[in-house]
Design a binder for this molecule. Sequence first.
Ligand SMILES: O=C(O)CCC(=O)C(=O)O
Length: 275
Amino acid sequence: MSYLSANQLKQYDDKGFVSPIDIFSKYRTNEIRKEIELIEEKMPEELNKSGRYNAHLISPLLDEVTHDSKILDSVQSVIGENILVCGTTLFIKNPNEKGFVSYHQDAKYIGLKPYNWVRAWVGITDSNEHNGCMRMWSGSHKNNLKDHDQMFNESNLLTRGQTVNNVPIDKTTPLILKAGQMSLHHPTVVHGSDLNKSNDRRIGFVIQSYIGTDVKQVLGENSVQLARGFDEFNYHKTIDRPKSLMNKNDLKVKKQENGNLQKIFYNGSRKIGQY
Ligand SMILES: O=C(O)CCC(=O)C(=O)O
């Protein structure tokens, strides 16, 4: 069992994140990495750009991560016992690319309300300051949503380059994780990440997000999977778990889900070019 301790919950409440939490062995994360890299080898475009969303729908190992009972114990400590999976993202930073993530608040653009949800960032490789780990502005979740500028930059891993200005970057906390550890972060904590300056890939698999059954999608439509407990509200369409690796039908479902997600991301814009 991996329910959060009172100290860990206090850290989450005070800072807006809790980290590190031990989940998988190094052996297990190597297996997961191999499955991700097999998909990249067999279907080179499948996990690129907007394809990085919802890889758990075509990969049985990422599906297992998403429904892992240790992860769900920790998540339950934060959002309660009725838990839905509402999408995932692979955040991969390759060594010779200039990928970064501008400082942002997830709640600003994802359309999930009320904020009874949490993001789980699972290290498939180590993640540290050298290879561009996430950095959190501790305590920033306690204030309202901040203005975000939309700063398109092809190296920014965020769709619209959503950016909170004037973040005191020297005061942000690096979330240093070993492969197999995870962090949980709050919907309104300001966070981002820098370049990967190492010789290996940095791979994070993010369940974006685990939501309570009372949470609605107010900007569009998301399909969900029941991860634990009971859905007494039925606000969302449900979606099947993958039948096998890169199964034809599952690939279609992933494509459709990712189309819906793009609509959510762009619905958040009051007009093109403005957040
Ligand atoms: O992986 C990263 O560098 C950023 C991930 C992120 O912004 C998130 O999980 O909300």
